[in-house]
Design a protein around this ligand. Structure first.
Ligand code: AMP
Length: 198
């Protein structure tokens, strides 16, 4: 059966880089809702026009819009055949509920949370200096992550579907931890404290 994977982590934790490595290693299709929204902005679509202001301010695009985009994408044949890495979705309880409704209780086979502190991700984002990375927008995104997205991690954790991964260090080192964690999660094996970067 095609694998369903997910990656969580604060903005600036390195999800984009690690997602690329996961996609290469597991052959799944990368679905980044942030990338989809940025593509809509670049194309000047109605969705892009509506999303831009929200994204610049560090807010969240509404659940119905996001659920519509993702459920259409998940039904496409490449994902049905090859499976998926979800990056940036689900981000709210409503989105998680919908994912379970579409895909069932085993909506996700394995997920990792890239753990990088608030101080570290803030420094990284200010350093990369993107237009939408103002201090106010960064603070808002981090706050929404704690209030909306972090509670979802418990749902996956309680079902044994989530592993914590230390996101500090070089790309290769972090990916080695990510892969160990995903493999153990897929196999349904508990990883000891020493093995998952804690
Ligand atoms: P990301 O690249 O995942 O950090 O997403 C960039 C921005 O796109 C976020 O700050 C949100 O404004 C918006 N966004 C991405 N994914 C979602 C989602 N699942 N729900 C709501 N807004 C989203």
């Amino acid at each position: 059966m095609a694998l369903h994977l997910a990656i969580f982590g604060r903005q600036g934790a390195g999800k984009g880089t690690q997602s690329q490595r996961i996609v290469d290693a597991y052959g799944v299709v990368h679905v980044s809702t942030g990338d989809m929204l940025r593509a809509a902005i670049a194309a000047g679509t109605q969705l892009g026009l509506a999303a831009q202001k929200i994204m610049d301010a560090g807010g969240l695009v509404d659940d119905n819009t996001m659920i519509g985009i993702v459920s259409d994408r998940l039904a496409e044949s490449d994902i049905v055949d090859r499976g998926v890495l979800l990056d940036g979705f689900p981000r709210t309880p409503a989105q998680a509920d919908e994912l379970v409704r579409i895909l069932g209780e085993r909506s996700i086979d394995a997920a990792v949370n890239l753990e990088v502190s608030v101080e570290e991700v803030t420094a990284r984002m200010l350093e990369r200096g993107r237009d939408d990375d103002t201090e106010a927008a960064i603070a808002k995104r981090l706050g929404l992550y704690e209030s909306q997205t972090r509670p979802l991690l418990d749902w996956f954790d309680e079902r044994g579907l989530l592993r914590q991964v230390d996101g500090l260090g070089g790309e290769d080192d972090v990916f080695a931890r990510v892969k160990t964690a995903l493999d153990a999660c897929i196999a349904g094996v508990e990883v000891g404290e020493g093995d998952n970067g804690e």
